[in-house]
Design a protein around this ligand. Structure first.
Ligand code: PLP
Length: 429
């Protein structure tokens, strides 16, 4: 039997859900982004080079210090996760106003697994999920396996617009059994960088009661704040909220440890689903992370992340101001990792990416952050957490040239009356 025939047969056997799933452009861009001549603004990587080596070494050594430690760290663990690490999660979230007990915490392989487990626990095909527009593409990927109908609600500088949400909820109706949850990233949202205002947080919680839906609050970036006041988590406003956290942006994403904080009756269902997924998370990762958060001055290291990222964010905003055309708009995040750029409607950032790569710069096209690429075609996400301020400035300069060339082309067409600027973008490839 040839490999070709084997391929054909499996192709006709795959589940329907596979046809709903798209590869992440961030993952696809990974190889291009590591080319020496390319400055990548496409990833979402924390700069782990900033971690103090001796503190990481200490946490790893402590996890494997003696035969007892080793026999726990190298063994299967409970599905809910290492008890000591679950207690550490309670301490970490108490700082931001969330009160919980270890029994309200389940550890996951990063927040990404939490998203998948939530999808598997709550979504039947055709169920309605509300999300910000744009939203985290990894969540769209995780949920898409369960075939929901994702309704995106546009954001402005204060996060998800509650007037649009209310209008959408009116259409969906009160206590509609198909409406399952609203998925939101209230702090320094991925990809837009905006933060939901306190007033909107309260309103979202009220609406969840009025219309009968759950709230899933995903908060990987809340502690990466450069300026402005702390915003109260939705979870602190309503204990029914399902809260997701992760060590990825405050420590290291190579250690796959995230968590869900939720009422026990929710977690017992998620626990069932997790048993089928992986039996338990990595005992070794959980042990290392627990030691990192209990034995090292991690808050000081976090401050280092924050001051370096602040400098890089400032470099990006200054370069945008200096180099980008007057027609472009962008967000001014007070924390997190990303800036969201909006270009005139007729610019297609998806097809422009090839030109950007030729010029030695990458970004993520905006339509990746909408279900079925239903929006954001003239937008892009750019990241400032990994490159030096000099590289960021140079990358923005290169990108500005690429955009300017596109705009020039359209100006010629528009002046000649050949295209209506409000119409769909022209693909020059
Ligand atoms: C909003 C959001 N949620 C979840 C994740 C996944 O994080 P983790 O590394 O914990 O799986 C990310 C990663 O970038 C993210 O931006």
């Amino acid at each position: 039997m040839t490999a070709h025939l084997e391929f054909d047969r499996s192709d006709s056997k795959v589940a329907q859900r596979i046809h709903m799933m798209r590869s992440s452009p961030v993952r696809d861009l990974f190889s291009a982004a590591t080319r020496d001549d390319v400055i990548s603004l496409s990833g979402g990587m924390p700069d782990v080079r900033l971690l103090p080596a001796d503190e990481v070494d200490r946490a790893v050594a402590a996890a494997l210090a003696d035969v007892n430690d080793r026999s726990v760290a190298l063994q299967y663990g409970s599905t809910d996760g290492r008890p000591g690490m679950r207690a550490v999660v309670c301490d970490i979230v108490r700082d931001i106003g969330i009160r919980c007990k270890p029994e309200n915490v389940i550890l996951t392989s990063g927040a990404q697994e939490a998203l998948d487990l939530i999808g598997k626990t709550f979504i039947d095909p055709g169920d309605i999920i509300l999300a910000e527009g744009p939203t985290y593409l990894g969540a769209l990927q995780a949920f898409s396996a369960y075939q929901p109908d994702v309704h995106c609600i546009e954001c402005d500088d204060d996060g998800m617009r509650m007037d649009l949400l209310e209008a959408e909820l009116e259409r969906i109706g009160h206590d509609n059994p198909r409406l399952k949850f609203a998925y939101v990233i209230p702090n320094f949202q991925n990809p837009s960088g905006v933060t939901m205002s306190a007033e909107r947080r309260r309103r979202l919680v009220e609406l969840s009661h009025e219309y009968g839906f759950l709230i899933v609050e995903d908060d990987p970036y809340g502690r990466i704040r450069f300026e402005g006041g702390h915003q109260i988590p939705l979870k602190a406003l309503d204990d029914q909220v399902i809260y997701l956290g992760t060590i990825s942006k405050v420590f290291a994403p190579g250690l796959r440890v995230g968590w869900i904080v939720a009422p026990r009756h929710v977690l017992s269902k998620i626990n069932l689903v997790k048993q089928g997924a992986d039996l338990c998370g990595s005992s070794l990762d959980q042990a290392v992370v627990q030691h990192y958060f209990t034995d090292t001055p991690w808050q000081r290291t976090l401050q280092r992340f924050i001051s370096v990222y602040t400098e890089r964010r400032d470099a990006m905003l200054a370069a945008l101001e200096e180099h980008f055309p007057a027609e472009a708009r962008w967000t001014h995040p007070e924390g997190g990792l990303f800036v969201w750029v909006t270009l005139p409607e007729y610019v297609d950032t998806g097809s422009m990416l090839a030109e950007a790569l030729d010029a030695g710069v990458t970004y993520v096209p905006g339509d990746s952050f909408y279900p079925g690429a239903s929006g954001g075609k003239n937008c892009m996400r750019i990241n400032f957490s990994y490159e030096s301020p000099e590289n960021i400035t140079e990358a923005i300069r290169r990108l500005a040239e690429v955009i300017e060339a596109r705009l020039e082309l359209y100006r010629v067409f528009i002046e000649a009356g050949a295209i209506d600027p409000a119409r769909a973008p022209i693909n020059t490839h």
